[in-house]
Design a protein around this ligand. Structure first.
Ligand code: NAP
Length: 201
């Protein structure tokens, strides 16, 4: 029987946008991933210096953005954790459900991946999954060569279609009264408006 390949799409998703969705879909197609689980971060240890939108809002927006896509789901595993969340613990929790490390993929943005050597127990991560990173158009790709060989050997790299949008840019646009139509899914745009998110970021 063919093993089911699981992709974990990790991110703060503050907010989720079409760049994330394009990266997720490109990874799914390129790597033959059967199911993709979006995992919004809970209390990111590396982001204590900025106001993060409450996890429940980021989770709701991720649900709205992915609803109706058969292969996609959203996990509360990190937002329900009361302690600080670490990718290594999340990966272990998924492996505990019976997934084999060779069938597990962790996908995130290049700039996040480049900081992996500062993550909690990062040395263990390449034993638990294959790492996948998406390059944001316009960002230099330099830096990967500085990662240790045991990480690089487990790192797959996907090119995403040219779609230069970032969560920071979306927050800035909302704060300055600019529209975000066609940068995020319509329901996410409505959620941001209805809940007055990013007005005073
Ligand atoms: P981030 O600093 O917010 O994101 C870094 C860059 O990657 C940003 O440009 C971001 O774009 C982009 N990005 C983030 N997630 C992406 C995705 N899934 N697909 C494509 N691009 C993405 O990093 P983060 O989102 O907080 O963290 C990313 C992942 O790394 C999370 O799963 C987090 O838990 C993990 N992480 C773990 C540790 C740890 O275990 N100690 C430490 C750091 C990060 P946008 O700004 O547009 O989103």
């Amino acid at each position: 029987m063919k093993a089911i390949k699981t992709g974990i799409m990790g991110g703060t998703f503050d907010p989720i946008h079409y760049g994330h969705l394009l990266a997720a879909e490109e990874a799914r197609i390129n790597l033959g991933i059967d199911r993709l689980i979006f995992v919004p971060t809970g209390d990111p240890p590396h982001k204590h210096n900025r106001n993060i939108t409450p996890a429940e809002d980021r989770y709701a927006m991720t649900l709205l953005a992915t609803a109706g896509v058969l292969e996609y789901s959203v996990s509360r595993i990190e937002i329900d954790r009361t302690e600080e969340t670490h990718t290594v613990d999340t990966l272990r929790a998924f492996l505990d459900t019976g997934i084999r490390p060779e069938d597990l993929y962790f996908i995130t943005g290049l700039d996040a991946m480049l900081s992996i050597t500062s993550w909690f127990e990062y040395e263990k991560i390449p034993e638990l999954c294959t790492l996948v990173t998406a390059r944001r158009p316009g960002y230099p790709v330099s830096g990967i060569e500085k990662l240790p060989e045991f990480i690089r050997s487990k790192l797959k790299y996907i090119e995403i279609p040219q779609f230069a949008v970032s969560s920071t840019e979306i927050r800035t646009r909302v704060m300055s009264g600019k529209g975000i139509r066609f940068l995020v899914p319509h329901l996410v745009e409505i959620y941001i408006e209805s809940n007055n998110l990013y007005k005073n970021f």
